[in-house]
Design a protein around this ligand. Sequence first.
Ligand SMILES: [Zn+2]
Length: 710
Amino acid sequence: MKNISLLVFSFFFIVATSVAQDKKITKQGHTNTNKFRQLKDVLATPNSQHTASGAPGKKYTQQKVDYVMDIVLDDANTKITGNETITYHNNSEDELPYLWLQLDQNMRASDSKTPDIQSGKVPKKIPKKWFNRAFPKKPFDGGFKITSVTNTNGSNLSHTINQTMMRINLSKPLASGESFTFNISWWYNINNHRTQGGRSGYEHFSTDGNNNYVIAQFFPRLCVYDNVEGWQNDQFWGRSEFALEFGDYTVNITTPKDHMLGATGVLQNESDVLTKNEQKRLAIARKTFDNPVLIRTQKEAVKIENKRAKGTKTWKFIAKNVRDYAFATSRKFIWDAMAVNINGKTVMAYSLYSKEANPLYGEHSTRAVAQTLKTYSKYTFDYPYHKAISVDGQMGMEYPQICFNPGRPNPDGTYSDRTKYRMIKVTIHEVGHNFFPMIINSDERQWTWMDEGLNSYMEMLAELDYDKNFPITRGYPKNIVRYMSGDQSKIAPIMTKGDNVYSFGSNAYAKPATALWILRETIMGKELFDHAFKTYAQRWKFKHPTPADFFRTMEDASAMDLDWFWRGWFYTTDVTDIGIKSVKKYYTNKNDDESVNFIEDTSPGLSFSTKKSKNSKYHYQITYNKPGGLVMPIIVEFTYKDGTKEKKTYPAQIWRYNDKEVTKVFSSSKEIKNIKIDPDLETADVDISNNNWPKIKSNKFDRFKQKMKN
Ligand SMILES: [Zn+2]
């Protein structure tokens, strides 16, 4: 019976479309604007490095850059002095006449063009700290002071600085397969990140006269060279982050003798820099998987911060296969540590924090680090490094194995849920960046969403693992509606360079995270999505993926054509809005043996009149319209008169012939009371006033709200 009715409807459908096509015959053609057309003309052409399947190809190469550095922190003058020997390995097939390095600190130089591209007006009133930042008494003398660039024999090496980029002019081109070693020396004034802003810097505590240092982008670093961008030497304007090569680091950092320091890499001289007691406690922490163990207690830290030891000490680290390097140091730091079991391998979760961050950090920081490593490892690959550190840095910023996070309780030690969850959220997010982009090493300068979006999505899963009632602030479809339905002139597609988007957080973090959430929950299902996402992570760990590699892998590993989804969600600013336009009711009347007659029931609402024969089903012809530009599945919930519900999801492909409206027949043996689209708010539908049938009359408050919106 079911098959017969399907045949009947298909027949009507075919007749109807061919008539429509006849009417459209015209001498003007049109270009293909079908929302299900493939992305082939938009994505980069596959090649033997980035293949059509989305996997790295046989000829995939990437450059390697090794650094040997001696760094000295001058606490009294808040200054850093550095000396590095860089060895650049040209693994590409190309000959390189020059090398490009990033001088990120120059964004703070007195001749930086970053302030010049910010427009601004005189405000009525601003907080004093913003005023002091905008109108400093004395301009900050920031930026790298490069004191020498030399060959290994000490002779000067020709170089040219263009704002935040430095070109090393090689005397002869560096051939494929060859390496080049050179030295750079520099120093710079460290910014106070609390008063001047920044991803790194120092925080000054007037109560005890100490500084907490969170130090990054502190050395000239090689740009990425590959067959996607050539040299990725786009200037650092301050927002779009970094593109970096993997390499091995040997770093010696000299600090005041009484400092506690955390950094990327394996500490080589524990016995020189830690007390006997600290070493003993660390050994216990390495076997403690349930609770953080204090390596340096608050009592000890407070004692140290109130004194000044004479002299310095040097911390020695080696980090293999990392794309960057950062450290944090202070005499104020308390240190706790806990072992984390990642599939049988022990990884250490550390936190460094001043007493001002306690008890919040002591209670949650290291546990949040551990949770992040566990959840992310489950959905991507086992965390490959030996540790991850969270530092009380009063910002949110990520580096390999170490990140800086905000969150301080009230002076009396109490803290609100809001402070607590924000601190945990940012910690999970920044530790999560170890995976995206520190290991799955995408180009942040070009594609903010590839690390922030994917990471914000994974962050949600880790938050829910940490606390199943975690107050998720972004990623759920209903939370993106406000942004997506906002002023279109202020919204850019996700596939836009970070420097050029308006609402950075919504564009590069929330919207892509939501897109992935919808793919997993509504479009692909958990099993297919998780497998494809993991495939992407495993294919591109310790490599440089592009957007096409992600899009292609998600399809390659799932047998789902998602080009329509990438096109709509990533390349346009279209919104979801699907509604019910009309509903007609029919019952059948068997006239003879040859055919079945459908009779329209014109009684009001969804109820059938008494004329309907008892043995006929209830047939509803529903026309769905789509004022929104996005194609999305139609999720319909039918509520029967007896109160039971039935859900039906029509795949997005239902819109392939008509992007404006589609008509479907739904037949049931029970009478329907009401029909609702997207009952669980899964699709980020921007206008739910057209989602119900019978239409729900808006109340006074809704009408008021609508008026305010217009
Ligand atoms: Zn981030």
